[in-house]
Design a protein around this ligand. Structure first.
Ligand code: NAD
Ligand code: APR
Length: 233
């Protein structure tokens, strides 16, 4: 059986990473356009680099939770196709997998990029980047290039869409976990999965505005409801 799992900020909320659209959300008083668009970066690179520098530093203080670990367990024991697509730019799925099943290959796509990577604006080369980025950070990869966060901003194309769409086309079961379904194209994955004939399940604190698109809903904190639900598969 082919499984596609989509996760959002809610899966990391109980690790202490705030979600985007909660009242104390991640935008922290910034206009989204100021810190999460190419235009915002062009207008004030220092503000944007600092916003992501702070988020990158905070990753050192958080740990994967029981929901990340339950997904890593599932990936390790799943017989059929398995693809985990996350909208999260943290590395908590990666760390959970490294803890739970380091020897087992794990198909994980960070469709909105990764906080711990940076990209050269001139060559497109992506490299690991655990530290801060300067406002006008020179690129080690290309003369004249500079390094920007490896984050998909509004107006940019999410990563690995062809691979995701191919997996959705042959999926039998689609799980959407801890995402508000407010941002496309991820918000449309449930429709693609339905067209493929998949069983669709939403797992969230509460029903989202798109809840009726799912065959089933499992509601409660992810660390509590996800482990028993995944164990039942
Ligand atoms: P948008 O309307 O601004 O742009 C979407 C872009 O994706 C367009 O360029 C469109 O051509 C392209 N696109 C849409 N569907 C596609 C598909 N199936 N295959 C390939 N490309 C496709 O979109 P938006 O939804 O407002 O945001 C764009 C992306 O930026 C989203 O993925 C969003 O989550 C992401 N984002 C990330 C952060 C962050 O900090 N992590 C912040 C803001 C936005
Ligand atoms: N357990 C389960 N679900 C939870 C929990 C929890 N402990 N806490 C919060 N949630 C749910 C909320 O009910 C909400 O539906 O997680 C969802 C988080 O939604 P958003 O903050 O909108 O985050 P997300 O869906 O990941 O945002 C998508 O938008 O801003 C862009 O690129 C950014 O990747 C992000 C995308």
């Amino acid at each position: 059986m082919n499984l596609v799992v989509l996760t959002g900020a809610g899966v990391s909320a109980e690790s202490g990473v705030p979600t985007f659209r909660a009242s104390d959300g991640l935008w922290e008083g910034h206009r989204i356009e100021a810190v999460a668009t190419p235009e915002g970066f062009a207008a004030d690179p220092a503000l944007v680099q600092d916003f992501y520098n702070q988020r990158r530093r905070r990753l050192g203080d958080v740990q994967p939770n029981a929901a990340h670990r339950a997904l890593a367990d599932l990936a390790a024991r799943w017989d059929g196709g398995f693809l985990l697509v996350t909208q999260n730019v943290d590395d908590l799925h990666d760390r959970a997998h490294a803890e739970v099943a380091p020897a087992k290959r794990f198909e994980l796509i960070h469709m909105h990029g990764e906080l711990l990577k940076a990209r050269c604006t001139a060559s497109g080369v992506v490299s690991d980047w655990p530290g801060d980025l300067l406002a006008d950070h020179p690129s080690p990869h290309h003369p004249g290039g500079r390094m920007r966060p490896h984050i998909v901003w509004f107006g940019e194309i999410p990563l690995e869409m062809e691979r995701i769409e191919a997996a959705l086309e042959r999926c039998d079961l689609f799980l959407s976990i801890g995402t508000s379904g407010a941002v496309y194209p991820a918000a449309g994955f449930v429709q693609s999965a339905r067209m493929a004939g998949a069983r669709t399940v939403e797992i969230n604190l509460e029903p989202t505005p798109g809840a009726r698109l799912f065959d089933e809903g499992v509601y409660g904190p992810a660390t509590q409801v996800l482990p028993p639900f995944l164990a039942s598969l």
